[in-house]
Design a protein around this ligand. Structure first.
Ligand code: NCD
Length: 393
């Protein structure tokens, strides 16, 4: 059997994700029973960037399944600080473990690790690229409270340029047939390559819109990007989107990803208003649940914690059954209908092609990605590791 990795949300079909949610429902009921479903298995948790929820929920999930965990959460205390490549490290960790969960500051690092490691690799966040297991938690939470994943109207709010969770989530939501309205901090829009992938993944159009009717919140007209198959359902006229007359299902809030801002972006402060009770009293948000991948800074007022629409702590708690389901699936102890699982064919990178993303793993001298390992997405001019555009020199 070929191993299965989970690097991009697009690695799983919709059927597969729905199947995983059914397993997660069952895991939720089995949380405290000592079934030992993954007894005898070891998970390697490699966290080369700070993490609280993702690492602890993965480790909790593995422990609850009766498996064991070995962890490297301080790159400074490992051979990375001696200059060891990621490829050598995962090769070795793969021989100590049965599955690797990797968080890395470089985009594309998880895809590289998956190419090398003899065991399944799970992307727990690679730079500003993707965070697909967070998206499983987000979708699971949305589906539990809204009962479906198609036909929803979801706002993504905040730093959509560096907020990797929003990239995976936008791709998944449009893929399930929901509409996504992006309201970002000025200059921190969803990257163009993510927009392009959303158009393809969801077979949707994207519209640059001027959001009106929300002056009480936003002061002036805000620009946004709307992904929809049905602009009429939003009352879109030319590019004017009268949000006041719409009813939204969810708002997904993110913090400014300070650690990823470019030097010329560092002194920026948040321009979008915090989500508080007054914000949620506006008509479009009356029935909208509030999601956040956490950690929250001041984007959501603590008053919202007591509001039934505030879903973020439950969303984080459900991370354990979701990750129990994912680990059992990738380790072959749970079967899930895979449907038409997307293939990701690659081609060799031409000698005059390079990835334009300075933070991509292929542009990291310590990773030493050379020769045949350098690949592009088949049939296009995109990096096979981080999906950013390629340039020709
Ligand atoms: C997110 C991440 O690491 O991308 N956190 C998480 O995993 N729940 C979001 C963030 O750090 O803002």
């Amino acid at each position: 059997m070929t191993k299965r990795d989970f690097i991009s949300i697009r690695d799983f079909s919709n059927e597969e994700m729905i199947g995983l949610f059914a397993v997660a429902d069952r895991m939720q009921r089995l949380l405290r029973s000592s079934h030992g479903l993954l007894a005898g298995h070891i998970m390697g948790s490699l966290f080369l960037e700070p993490s609280t929820r993702t690492r602890l929920s993965f480790e909790s999930a593995m422990n609850r399944l009766g498996g064991r965990v070995i962890t490297l959460a301080d790159a400074g205390a490992s051979s990375f600080s001696k200059g060891e490549t990621l490829a050598d490290s995962v090769q070795m960790v793969g021989s100590y473990t049965d599955v690797i969960v990797l968080r890395h500051p470089r985009a594309g690092a998880a895809r590289l690790a998956a190419k090398i490691a003899p065991v399944p690799v799970i992307n727990a966040g690679d730079g500003g690229h993707e965070h697909p297991t967070q998206t499983l938690c987000d979708l699971y939470a949305l589906r539990r409270v809204k009962g479906k994943l198609d036909g929803l109207k979801v706002v993504l709010y905040g730093d959509l340029k560096y907020g990797r969770t929003t990239h995976s989530l936008a791709l998944a939501l449009v893929g399930f047939g929901s509409d996504v309205l992006c309201i970002s901090e000025t200059g921190l829009d969803l990257p163009d390559y993510v927009r392009q992938d959303c158009r393809e993944n969801g077979d949707v159009e994207d519209h640059e819109v001027a959001i009106c009717g929300m002056e009480r919140l936003f002061g002036e007209a805000r620009r946004g990007i709307l992904f929809t198959r049905d602009p009429a359902a939003w009352g879109l006229e030319d590019d004017a989107l009268d949000l006041a007359g719409r009813e939204l299902d969810a708002i997904y809030v993110t913090r400014l990803q300070r650690e990823r801002l470019a030097p010329d972006e560092r002194d920026r402060t948040r321009g979008l208003p915090s989500v508080d009770t007054a914000f949620l009293a506006e008509r479009p948000f009356e029935n909208a649940v509030v999601l956040h991948p956490l950690p929250r800074l001041d984007e959501i007022h603590p008053d919202v914690d007591r509001d039934p629409r505030g879903l973020y702590f439950r969303q984080a708690a459900w991370g354990v059954p979701i990750r129990m389901a994912l680990l059992s699936y990738l380790l072959g102890t749970e079967l899930v209908e895979a449907g038409d699982s997307p293939a990701r064919p690659v081609r060799p990178l031409a000698s005059d092609e390079r990835c334009t993303n300075a933070n991509c793993i292929v542009n990291d001298p310590q990773a030493a990605v050379e020769g045949e390992a350098r690949t592009a997405r088949e049939g296009g001019d995109r990096c096979a590791f981080c999906d950013a555009p390629l340039a020709r020199s």
